[in-house]
Write a protein of this length. Structure first.
Length: 197
């Protein structure tokens, strides 16, 4: 019974909950009945509850490896920023169809009118194809602007959906005006460009 009283009294003291002075004195008397009574001191301070440890923990792996400082940790940025609801497969197909429509007439007078520009974006990087067109029949600025928009759209779509593609690097083909029609000269090693003016 004394052990129960002692446990109960110590819980009350630890939690710091004392209802009145008389109640706390009774509890203290019940908790220590076997000790001879000492002088009663009227200015007795209540015992404060236990404090939590405020020191930082000691590392046991000191010298092994150090954690990266917080300012050095960086978040990986996505390859392309995307608008959640703007890009879908149908809009990309429509952009391809429109770009092919405005560049379908490939008639030319000289090879300087023939252009091949990168269009689209593969998930591994680089263009998905090269578009051949003639500056004689298509507005150069408009074609460049639409090609850039299509490339950005495909990059956003790839990033949004985590697309995977072949990682074959396409080289920009050389162009030539043959029989008043622009044609690609396959197998040429012209360096790739992405000039969107």
């Amino acid at each position: 019974m004394n052990a129960l009283k002692l446990t109960l009294a110590s819980l009350v003291i630890i939690s710091g909950c004392s209802t009145t002075e008389a109640g706390s004195e009774q509890t203290q008397q019940q908790a220590q009945p076997e000790k001879p009574q000492q002088q009663a001191t009227p200015n007795k301070k209540p015992i404060a509850p236990a404090k939590l440890q405020t020191k930082s923990a000691t590392r046991h792996d000191a010298g092994m490896s150090k954690p990266t400082p917080a300012k050095m940790v960086t978040k990986a940025e996505p390859i392309a920023k995307y608008d959640q609801d703007a890009i879908d497969e149908a809009s990309i197909k429509n952009q391809h169809a429109y770009l092919n429509f405005i560049t379908k007439d490939k008639s030319c007078d000289s090879s300087s009118q023939c252009q091949a520009i990168p269009v689209g974006s593969r998930a591994c990087g680089g263009p998905s194809s090269y578009l051949l067109f003639s500056t004689k029949t298509a507005d150069l600025e408009k074609v460049y602007k639409l090609a850039k928009k299509l490339t950005d759209s495909e990059a956003q779509y790839n990033a949004k959906h985590g697309m995977i593609s072949i990682c074959e690097h396409l080289r920009q083909p050389a162009t030539q005006c043959v029989e008043n029609t622009c044609v690609k000269l396959e197998g040429t090693n012209k360096s790739p460009t992405r000039d969107y003016r």
